[in-house]
Design a protein around this ligand. Sequence first.
Ligand code: PMV
Length: 314
Amino acid sequence: MAAMYSAPGKLILAGEHAVVYGQPAIAMPLQALRATVSAEAAAIGAGLTVHAPDLGAVWRLRAHAPLSDLAERALRFLDVAEPDATLTISSAIPIASGMGSGAAVGAALVRALAGLAGRELDAAAVSGLVYESERAFHGTPSGIDNTVVAYERPIIFQRQPAGPPAITPLAVGGPWHFLVADTGVASETRAVVGDLRRRWQADPAHYEALFASVGGLVRRIEAGLLGGDGAALGGLLNENQELLRTMGVSSADLDRLVAAALAAGAWGAKLSGGGWGGVMLALVERRAAAAVAKELLAAGATRVWPTELAGSGA
Ligand code: PMV
């Protein structure tokens, strides 16, 4: 019998991109969309094989691929030898969509390797290992993806000038209802983050003012999530979207879905994650959810997922 390990996808509610530059951001796990790794024993001496049938890929250790490097790092951290095992990855999280697919696959892989060694790693250890791997292959990640995926709870995340980031559990009123809609356009976060970095280097004062405005909004959104005023909270999400557009990380497809959601009665709507493609979110009154979902699909969304944020978490 194969043992199963998993980790959820995630949604950034507010503060993406500015979070890379030290501003706070809010993220929640998407428990219904998970990456799963099944682990089966292999013949003695067979070593470790990692299968990703969805990608048509197979890795062994020392393959210098992101997942084989992460597996080596996890085995070193656990201080165990290469296991004789076959790991098979499957994921319900769309790739390159701003939903944390890479971090979730990484976290599930680390949990599987710990499980094979008869151990369980805490969230901080899983998060740290996945962060190192994202850093090696994605440039300058803020660390919010690996954190929310490993801790599996809504958080406010803020990098610190020195030392580890501040990770605060999010206090929530609600329940808040969101729709997540996919543009169907794959977008590599690394490219968007790199492009924004070049523009920031050319005009730091302009971009730092935008990032600071996002940071201020995130603190107001944090307070809004505790209360019950949906229209006010939606307005703050709309302001965040305007700042993201000014930063140059939205796209015509994202803008069209945001406009469709607002026209159909959503309280607020914005892109979520890296931008240029991937997903957007809409904050909706529960009774408006079906109508907004219908309009999102009519406006070209390839998929729409409902999700809820309430009391103790998602
Ligand atoms: O697109 P995702 O799911 O990787 O989210 C990226 C979030 C950014 O703030 C744009 C980048 C980061 O590292 O925080």
